[in-house]
Write a protein that binds this ligand. Sequence first.
Ligand SMILES: [Zn+2]
Length: 280
Amino acid sequence: MKKKIFIGSGIILIAVIIVAALLFYPSIRFFTEKETVQVDHTLTLMLGGGGNSGIIIGDSAVVVIDTKMMGSSKDLYKLAKANAGLKPIIVVNTHYHSDHVNGNKYFKGDKIYIGNYNREFLQKNIEAENQPTDFVNDSLSINIGGEVIHLYNLGQAHTLNDLVVYLENHKVLFTGDLIFNHVNPVLKDESGARVTQWIKVLDIIINRWGNCTIVPGHGKVGGIEMAQSMRKYFVDMTTAAQYPTKEDQIKEKYKDWMKVLNMSSPEKTIKYIKMYETNK
Ligand SMILES: [Zn+2]
């Protein structure tokens, strides 16, 4: 009898593991799988393996945008170092989330820029070995010879200080997590995520960089239509939060957008808006 129960629970456990693995498989791939795209001899993109990253090779320095997480961080570092040779490396973190900063530790001694969060906040939220070194209040331009890289602090949206990085000659904009391409965005109150602000920031991106190639924080590279869909997503979710009868129909529109583990979904976005954005 005991043996039967034991076998029975073993089968249930295996079934649970299989179902969980199937459910989370896209999310696991989302954080582990990566693809390297050499755009030309001065620009390489490393997509996935955490947030999307870029390596820009100038005559006098190399710039690395976002340093990923886990094993992908080291691969990014190796590629950047191989391209840099003796040139200095400058790192930019679009924001403080771990999947964008966890490889900072490999760039010891290099300048690491981030938005102007206060020090205490960063010390609380980023491990000591991954702390950035320099802050961007408003904007900063870096000429690395052959490319001018502009950093703009667009303020509070996905977090309290979101930077975008614009490559003037390539006409490429790295938006960090201000854009998730066909992925439900992650919203956390402790990060300072605010949907109303986020919509305003997306308007700035749409107006200012409408003709550029966009590298989103997660998902494939594309054009400005990604910023427009992201904006539409937030407007729709706000409508769903205000008018519950429309919720099912709106959720149906975004059924193809990926959910990240238990961190993001249309339901979570609607709940978040109800909690932090409406009735104010
Ligand atoms: Zn993020």
